[in-house]
Design a protein around this ligand. Structure first.
Ligand SMILES: [Fe+2]
Ligand SMILES: [Fe+2]
Length: 383
């Protein structure tokens, strides 16, 4: 991609909310710097898709990005979009950075490549830039993806893959004191020192109060990471997925009495012991953590046995609990593979693997699980 003939230079624009910059962003920036003459990193002022949580101050994000790329001489971090008022439009940015003798590219992830027809002024974009589409985990790029993009804009596929790392993922890791897993150490430490990205601390900080062991807490962390990744992949709210996953096992070591009416406690008693904590966790989420989102509460309630007609979020928490990084049992890879592309087939695989394990260990399958399984089996064979 680099051109050194002295007449045309390649310039790649790399935009995003960078809230905060993650290892994935920095990896992409460096990979672009190795392929283009110059790279301009553009933190966005307004990110219309991330309303659920408060973004960090623009000046802080700019400072972090500048420090992160300080060792790369051909990367410039620009405050251009931070100076705009209202929503930033890509065609305005493209216009601002095009110049004679510059061959202009716009780096985007394959997750955004399906929606070019919804972008403003694609006629101008087609004239001004070539989109450089970077494959991202969970968003496979086919020839069809590229063809579809080229019907609307000019696009080529990058020869490298971007990593996983979202703002919500950082917020989850930060609540466990593990922000360094998602972002460089200096950014994770600066975020903590500045008290940024602390939303989920109010949940995680109470785990010990509910008697959760370190092993259980590690499992919850893994489940939340998996749920956030699945939410990104399948178009569910990442914040809702994080909250549901963080609270899904909160009732694992708690007696129902403090959080349920006697009638509710009696209902819980009717369920198999291994499944009771799921509805109890939903009661606790509602009554001790103030969770009001019905979908989040349902996802917590159904995470062990599932249900027919689950919402996207319910399926996500059901699967995330099964495939989180701490799970190593046989069959988990099959469910992980299915969850790359299709939630229903992952749900079905999850049931099949669980039933075969229960059979092998001579344990009973709950009728509720079996009914739900039949539902997805019928649905899947009809597709
Ligand atoms: Fe559970
Ligand atoms: Fe769990």
């Amino acid at each position: 991609m680099k051109k050194t003939d002295g007449r045309t230079r390649t310039r790649a624009l790399f935009g995003g909310s960078f809230d905060p910059p993650t290892h994935a962003h920095i990896g992409i920036g460096r990979a672009l710097a190795a392929r283009f003459d110059e790279v301009i990193v553009l933190p966005a002022r307004v990110s219309p898709f991330k309303q659920a949580v408060v973004p960090a101050p623009p000046a802080w994000r700019l400072a972090m990005l500048t420090a992160a790329f300080s060792a790369c001489p051909n990367i410039t971090v620009s405050d251009f979009e931070l100076g705009l008022t209202g929503v930033s439009y890509s065609y305005l940015t493209a216009r601002a950075f095009s110049a004679p003798g510059i061959d202009l590219y716009f780096a985007v992830g394959s997750d955004g490549a399906a929606s070019f027809d919804r972008w403003a002024r694609t006629d101008l974009l087609r004239e001004l830039v070539t989109f450089y589409i970077i494959p991202r985990p969970g968003y496979p790029m086919t020839d069809g993806t590229l063809e579809a993009a080229n019907r609307v804009v000019r696009a080529v596929k990058a020869d490298f893959t971007g990593g996983e790392g979202s703002s919500t993922l950082f917020r989850v890791a930060n609540a466990f004191g593990l922000g360094r897993e998602v972002s460089p150490a200096f950014i994770a430490d600066a975020a903590r020192a500045a008290g940024l990205y602390g939303e989920y601390g109010a949940i995680v900080g109470r785990f010990k109060e509910f008697g959760l062991s370190d092993t259980r807490i590690r499992h919850i962390y893994g489940t939340a990471k998996a749920a956030v990744a699945l939410a990104g992949r399948f178009g569910a709210g990442q914040d809702a997925a994080a909250r549901a996953a963080l609270l899904h096992d909160i009732g694992k070591n708690t007696e129902p009495n403090a959080f349920c009416t006697p009638a509710e406690a009696a209902e819980l008693e009717k369920q198999p012991p291994a499944c009771r904590h799921a509805p109890l966790s939903a009661y606790i989420a509602k009554r001790a953590f103030g969770e009001t989102d019905a979908d989040v509460l349902a996802a917590i309630e159904t995470h062990t046995v599932g249900a027919p007609e689950m919402s996207t979020l319910q399926k996500i928490v059901f699967i995330a609990d099964y495939i989180e990084e701490g799970r190593h049992f046989s069959g988990v890879e099959r469910v992980r593979a299915a969850a790359q592309t299709d939630l229903d087939s992952a749900v079905l695989a999850c049931y099949e693997e669980t039933f075969s394990y229960l059979k092998k260990t001579d344990r009973e399958i709950s009728p509720q699980s079996f009914d739900a399984y039949r539902h997805y089996q019928v649905k899947f064979t009809k597709q």
